[in-house]
Design a protein around this ligand. Structure first.
Ligand code: NAD
Ligand code: ZN
Length: 400
């Protein structure tokens, strides 16, 4: 604008926002003497205005929960004030399909006059928390969210991170936001009512982070696999705490809002997402992830990234935890299309995380499709072995 013919003017805007939120582990969070929740909410000097919402599956398993929360609020009036009784909404993957649940939540927030200073207290599995998180992050451009995850998968992965969203156009998590929670409170008591299949599902995410990030954690999982497979409380709780910690460290150290292409935490997930889409709710996220990890480990061994014994150890751990890896849907998915979708999801450049040993990984930007297809065949050939195992252990087959 100086008469030299250059008509471009550039102003710069720059600021940094730092995030910090606590992830607390406890047992019986609503027992009157437990101060964990009151301490998370009561820091501002005035009681937090709390709007509690719960996954219907959690409430069905523990109908007295609403009453306990009411009594807890009465006992800690300086820390929290309930804006309404617990609102119960559907949970599970179907509740995440389309915008219906988000609209329901927005109407409830409006009706109960939530503002940016209110706290949405969400109790539920990963799917429920994803949708409530999205609704909270978009109402008033962001209402504070306190997550109380109720499944192993949400306590050790989905509930502790920064992603919210729901499925749209037949694609997992197509609509979503990156908004960190106000706090996370993991109450191990919830795991007491969780069906075994769901208890196991979350262990796949633990194997995932152990294989690519933490050899010591892998050794723990391998050594304790028999106790984990029978859901022994101490080992399950240690698994949850360590896995959540690794996820948190990764988010903080890396690329929290995923602006790059690399997504190490999506190890095993490109195939898992395709399997889940194919199964339309008949397979759990962790069950699909276990199959995805097995496929990627077989491929990593074929291209010489990991030695066959390492690959076999990972597969043995998944099987011993009770996962059925040769899921029928794996045979049906179009591997090229699944990789293409994953490439789109990443923003255009393919970056598939593969292990290079136990506790380390690298990204590859090309996949040899015929070789991958052969790995799939190999995995599917192990189906008979798994069927024999299943009938001797009485396990349920994942996926149809
Ligand atoms: N946001 C993220 O970063 C992230 C990461 C990983 C996975 N996820 C998402 O998490 C979802 C899977 O979550 P999930 O494995 O927790 O399953 P889920 O949310 O589907 O819940 C499983 C089922 O268990 C019920 N349930 C939940 N807690 C219970 C309890 N304590 N007792 C009895 N029943 C209970 C639910 O009603 C539901 O029917 C997927 O949609 C996945 O995409 C999100
Ligand atoms: Zn996952």
């Amino acid at each position: 604008m100086d008469g030299t013919g250059d008509e471009t003017l550039r102003l710069w805007q720059e600021f940094t926002v730092s995030y910090r939120y606590p992830v607390v582990f406890t047992r019986q969070a609503f027992s009157p003497g437990n101060r964990a929740l009151a301490d998370l909410l009561g820091n501002a000097g005035t009681p937090a205005a709390v709007f509690p919402v719960a996954d219907a599956g959690v409430m069905a398993a523990d109908p007295a929960l609403a009453e306990r929360l009411g009594a807890y609020a009465s006992r800690h009036p300086g820390s929290l004030r309930l804006l309404a009784p617990v609102q119960v909404l559907p949970g599970g993957e179907k509740s995440k399909d389309g915008p219906g649940q988000v609209e329901r939540l927005h109407r409830l927030f409006l009706k109960h006059r939530l503002c940016r200073h209110s706290v949405v207290l969400a109790m539920g599995g990963g799917a429920f928390l994803d949708v409530v998180g999205y609704a909270a992050s978009t109402a008033h451009r962001g209402i504070r969210l306190l997550r109380m995850p109720t499944t192993t998968l949400s306590q050790n992965d989905a509930g502790v991170g920064v992603k919210n969203g729901y499925n749209s156009f037949g694609r997992k998590n197509w609509v979503g936001t990156f908004v960190p929670p106000f706090a996370v409170l993991n109450d191990f008591q919830f795991l007491g009512t969780l069906p075994e299949r769901h208890l196991r599902s979350g262990m796949a995410e633990a194997v995932k982070v152990a294989v690519i990030k933490d050899a010591d954690f892998f050794r723990f999982l391998f050594a304790q696999r028999a106790r984990l497979a029978t859901f022994c409380r101490a080992e399950v709780e240690e698994m949850v705490v360590r896995c959540a910690g690794i996820h948190l460290a990764h988010i903080a150290a890396g690329d929290p809002f995923e602006s790059g292409s690399a997504r190490p935490l999506d190890f095993g997930h490109w195939a898992a997402h395709a399997i889940e889409d194919w199964c339309q709710g008949d397979i759990l996220h962790g069950e699909a992830v276990a199959a995805g990890i097995a496929l990627d480990c077989l491929y990593a061994a074929e291209i010489g990234l990991v030695s066959p014994p390492v690959m076999e150890r990972v597969i043995a751990l998944l099987r011993d935890l009770g996962f059925l890896l040769a899921v029928p849907a794996l045979r049906c998915i179009d591997l090229q299309e699944a990789l293409d979708r994953f490439r789109q999801h990443l923003g255009g450049r393919l970056a598939v995380t593969l292990p290079t040993g136990i506790g380390s990984s690298r990204e590859v930007d090309r996949i040899d499709l015929p070789l991958l297809q052969r790995c799939r065949e190999r995995l599917m050939l192990s189906r008979r072995e798994e069927d024999d195992e299943e009938s001797s252990h009485g396990r349920r087959t994942a996926g149809t």
